[in-house]
Design a protein around this ligand. Sequence first.
Ligand code: SF4
Ligand code: SF4
Length: 168
Amino acid sequence: MIYDIIYENARRRLDYLTPLPVDCGKLCDCACCKGDKDTGMYLFPFEEKFYENLDGFIIDDSELLYSDGTPVKFISCTKPCDRHTRPLSCRIFPLFPYYKKGTSPKAILDSRAKGLCPLLYPECACYIQKKFYSEVELLGKYLAKTPKGADFLESVSCILDDYLKLKG
Ligand code: SF4
Ligand code: SF4
């Protein structure tokens, strides 16, 4: 399946590459990993296969729907993960490959992270590695060529628009 190839490549490329060349968790005491069982992240289409039978994760249907009416999966973690198992949403945080039909995906700061992630402050954002942006964008470019991937990217991009309107 094309998704397996895209994800295995992205998981490998984003295994050690992080937003900053140093551990950004030291800036915020790992704020993005301080959720509870009700806090979590969307799984990319078919990404749930990586978490079947993996301890420490709960997968559920989210309220976000693909255009065929099936729910986007949602994952939460019940304990600190082994970083090599992180879902893609964690690997690319605080960026997202913003996509609208007819355009090329662009890695942008994820407006959902505002108020949580210090990297969204302009004085910090400029330190996010260019390579990190380009890897997130590459993931988006591959996914946007798949029907469900494009659907997912566009739906989440609309959510980012809504957050931007709400949070400024
Ligand atoms: S991505 Fe942001 S919130 Fe997460 S550890 Fe780094 S600085 Fe903290
Ligand atoms: S899966 Fe890992 S990286 Fe993602 S929020 Fe949970 S502990 Fe943090």
